[in-house]
Design a protein around this ligand. Structure first.
Ligand code: GAR
Length: 202
């Protein structure tokens, strides 16, 4: 059975593209059934359209409250009956409607080695701290900021001449292969959460 993936994005969508490319091979075991965003005019939406995948946009500013935005996102995502939701550079926290409905099947990719450097600026914060190794983390979301049970991580060395941009690009390269490998296993084998651990298999 082919697993149904729904991907939420806010930016350039290189992680989305890696998933779309992987899904082109039937043996990968998953298809992207829709891509959702919190803003218009981003490259990630163009990538989805070019792949023939349905898209939707819900902007926080178009709703009377954050809670109503969260409920609208929850309803739209649920309507596609996803097996796994991937937050691939989605720059919003999901809240009180979303988490009970879909949180346990939603993974987020973060450009740092959790629990270090949570939040919006993982590569910058790692560089400013002066760590020699950083990386990326795929985790199941919970009500914290980048705190959920970890599915996988990859380490990336910080080079002497790194800028935030060069470091983030190297992290993103590691992130794409981590994401494709881990989401493929989640799709083909299923997964479960045991305390802080995420286990593959039904
Ligand atoms: C990725 O590095 C992802 O980890 C990061 O945004 C980038 C998206 O790149 N997400 C966060 O920082 C979320 N807190 P992409 O749009 O090219 O896939």
């Amino acid at each position: 059975m082919t697993a149904r993936l729904l991907v939420l994005v806010s930016g350039s969508g290189t992680n989305l593209q890696a998933l779309l490319d992987a899904c082109a091979d039937p043996s990968y075991g998953a298809e992207v059934v829709a891509v959702g965003a919190d803003r218009d005019g981003i490259q990630a939406l163009t990538r989805a359209e070019q792949a023939g995948v349905p898209t939707f946009v819900h902007r926080v500013d178009d709703f009377p409250s954050r809670a109503e935005w969260d409920a609208a996102v929850t309803g739209e995502v649920s309507s596609y009956r996803p097996d796994v939701v991937v937050l691939a550079g989605f720059m919003k926290l999901l809240g009180s409607s979303y988490l009970p409905a879909l949180g346990a099947r939603t993974v987020n990719t973060h450009p740092a080695l959790s629990p270090s450097f949570p939040g919006m600026h993982g590569p910058r914060d790692a560089l400013e701290y002066g760590v020699r190794v950083t990386g990326c983390t795929l985790f199941v979301i919970d009500d914290g900021v980048d705190t959920g049970p970890i599915v996988d991580q990859r380490a990336v060395r910080v080079e002497d001449d790194d800028t935030v941009e060069t470091l983030h690009e190297r992290i993103k390269s590691a992130e794409r292969s981590m994401l494709v490998e881990a989401v493929g296993r989640m799709a083909r084998e299923g997964f479960r959460i045991e305390g802080r651990r995420v286990r593959f298999g039904g």
